[in-house]
Design a protein around this ligand. Structure first.
Ligand SMILES: N[C@@H](CCC(=O)N[C@@H](CS)C(=O)NCC(=O)O)C(=O)O
Length: 240
């Protein structure tokens, strides 16, 4: 819980980081809803007191601070944003139909279970078999290519005519997927194998809520080298 001395802070703040795909989800959701926010950028390897106080359990970004009250975990934050900014013509993030909501949540969890761990192996951030990781990402994206057809029903996004929950969850990885292609020398978004997803990825990155917060590939590649260096230096155990 944010405390005294912060009463003049913006009503909506995000403790995040420009390179964090989890934080990008929150930026995109707020921009989609037209909510102004203050962006607080964490420094890798040096967690702020505000982060440690706001997310004492996981100590991870992103954290949304809404009038000082913290909400952690990107998927929970997206659902919170959708519920709080539900009116005034703001686009809905989750579909109204309970079955469609369940389907998007299923695929969103699948994305985080399969793509996130494999991509950190491909980036060299965690140890693991790179061929296996590349195969895991490829299988996951093939399933998502098929899911796109079912969810979008011929429209532009998983969410229909505008981006929704699953678009944000998967789309937040696109910067890193492009960076992984360079870092690991593998082709991930292959237009000949994943025509629907490749076209969707271009639309998603060009969307007004996305284009200013989707990091450039080369910047992410540089950041990855820096991150690996910080993690190695911290491996001796003084990380908070
Ligand atoms: N499940 C969390 C994952 C958040 C997460 O892993 N954040 C990373 C940055 S991308 C972090 O804060 N890492 C710092 C650490 O692990 O100490 C979410 O969806 O928000």
């Amino acid at each position: 819980m944010a405390s005294s001395g912060e009463e003049h802070a913006a009503a909506v703040r995000v403790i995040g980081g420009w390179a964090s795909h989890y934080a990008i989800r929150v930026y995109v959701a707020l921009r989609l809803k037209g909510v102004e926010y203050e962006s607080l950028q964490e420094v890798v390897g040096n967690k702020s007191e505000l982060l440690l106080r706001s997310n004492p359990v996981h100590k991870k970004i992103p954290v949304l601070l809404h009038r000082g009250k913290p909400v952690a975990e990107s998927m929970i934050i997206l659902q919170y944003i959708d519920e709080v900014w539900a009116s005034d013509g703001a686009p809905a993030i989750l579909p109204a139909d309970p079955y469609a909501r369940a389907v998007e949540r299923f695929w969103a969890q699948y994305v985080d279970d399969k793509i996130a761990p494999a991509s950190v192996v491909l980036r060299g951030v965690t140890n693991g078999d790179k061929d296996e990781a590349a195969a895991q990402v490829s299988t996951a994206l093939q399933h998502l290519e098929a899911a796109f057809g079912k969810c979008s029903q011929g429209r532009s996004y998983f969410g229909g005519d505008d981006i929704g929950f699953l678009d944000i969850i998967l789309g937040s990885y696109l910067g890193w997927l492009k960076a992984v292609e360079k870092i690991a020398g593998v082709k991930i978004l292959d237009g000949s194998k994943l025509p629907e997803l490749t076209a969707w990825a271009e639309r998603f990155c060009a969307h007004h809520a996305v284009r200013d917060v989707m990091p450039e590939t080369d910047r992410l590649v540089q950041f990855n080298t820096y991150l690996i260096g910080v993690l190695k230096a911290k491996a001796s155990g003084n990380n908070k």
